[in-house]
Design a protein around this ligand. Structure first.
Ligand SMILES: N[C@@H](CCC(=O)N[C@@H](CS)C(=O)NCC(=O)O)C(=O)O
Length: 357
């Protein structure tokens, strides 16, 4: 039985397998018509991957899921395949960069992109966290590539294949030139490799995205009369569409129906920013004078985890909690201290944090 790869069309994770197959001279038959919610939820499919994700490889010895593992299986079909690294340490480094690529690059790209596509809640502090984490990883990668042409050794390995498939997806969806120019060695690496024949044969021409996609909440309603431009039918556009298949219709938040509060958040923010002395007598007192319990809920958050070294983690977790409690995606701001009063608008108009000490 031949190796059969099941996937959705133009899937970056399947590309890892197909590029590895090209480099290794291994034949892989492609079935790229998986339809999410239809063909990937059948009992037969779930026997191949219990969570119904693609890609999945059918082999004579049974199915394999997880794209890195599938790509590894394909490279192991060829003995002494240079894609796997030629020494023990190189083999370990190939695995190291494959894991780094998936958990530090691909994951952060997803955390940045998917909320913008409406795939998960869009929260500005969470996006900031994703971008900061991605930059940290790309800085490390850039530094490595400043003195190395490839991730491991002196020729392409599976680590490069995985990394390039992940980076290429970021370049075409969310990482603009303005963003990637901070990492010139990563740019050089990406463009060199995607133009290698074995990559090009699978991925095709790569075009870098010109602007970060607007978040769904800011998008204007689609015009049903607008004709699809032929450009939108390219394989690259199709892959983004795969991600867009999942968004569910946004339920209207009943809190939006409440009347506006008489407390103007900006008034207190101004008082807070302009108070330089006697902070508690002026700014905090002003807060209690202005506070409108009918329009806002007020929560005391006590941070018990190492008095938060990273304020962005604090943002991330607390804004996630606010979102879960109210279904609000409005900006939630926190000061750097560990303990806060958090003020959240019941109308979903805004929120702010009042330092408590
Ligand atoms: N870690 C997995 C990720 C697989 C994955 O997320 N696949 C997506 C398409 S790219 C999927 O099948 N989604 C369908 C679903 O979530 O039901 C891999 O590398 O294979």
């Amino acid at each position: 039985m031949a190796l059969v790869l099941h996937t959705s069309p133009a899937n970056k994770n399947a590309y890892k397998v197909l590029v590895a197959a090209e480099y290794s001279g291994v034949k892989v038959d492609l079935v790229d018509n998986v339809q999410f919610g239809v063909t990937n939820v059948t009992a037969e499919f779930l026997k191949m991957n219990p969570i119904g994700k693609v890609p999945v490889l059918q082999t004579p010895d049974g199915p394999i899921f997880e794209s890195n593992a599938i790509a590894r299986y394909v490279t192991l079909q060829k003995s002494d395949n240079p894609l796997n690294g030629s020494s023990l340490i190189d083999q370990a480094r190939v695995a190291q960069w494959m894991d780094f690529s998936m958990s530090e690059i691909d994951r952060c790209i997803g955390l940045w992109l998917y909320p913008r596509l409406g795939f998960s809640p869009y929260l500005p502090p969470a996006e900031e966290f994703a971008i900061t984490s991605l930059k940290r990883s790309l800085e490390a990668l850039n530094k490595h590539l400043s003195t190395n042409t490839y991730l491991v050794g002196h020729s392409v390995t599976l680590a490069d294949i995985v990394m390039v498939c992940n980076l290429y997806y970021g370049f075409k969806t969310v990482m603009t030139k303005n963003f990637t120019s901070q990492f010139p060695h990563v740019e050089r690496y990406l463009w060199t490799l995607v133009n290698q024949p074995n990559f090009k044969k699978v991925i095709g021409e790569v075009k870098q995205v010109e602007s970060v996609p607007p978040s769904q909440s800011k998008k204007s309603a689609p015009n049903p009369k607008a004709k699809k431009s032929p450009e939108k039918e390219t394989p690259k556009a199709k892959e983004v569409a795969v991600v867009e298949e999942a968004p569910k219709p946004k339920a209207k938040n009943p809190l939006d129906l409440l009347p506006p509060s008489k407390m103007i958040l900006d008034d207190w923010k101004r008082l807070y920013s302009n108070t330089k002395t006697n902070f508690h007598d002026i700014a905090i007192k002003g807060f209690w004078d202005m506070y409108d319990p009918e329009g806002y809920s007020l929560w005391f958050c006590h941070d018990q985890v190492q008095r938060r070294k990273h304020s962005f983690l604090c943002h991330h977790e607390q804004s996630g909690w606010i979102f879960a409690a109210y279904g609000l995606s409005s900006q939630v701001r926190f000061c750097k201290d560990a303990d806060h009063w958090i003020l959240t608008s019941l109308q979903g108009e805004g929120s702010l944090a009042v330092p408590w000490s």
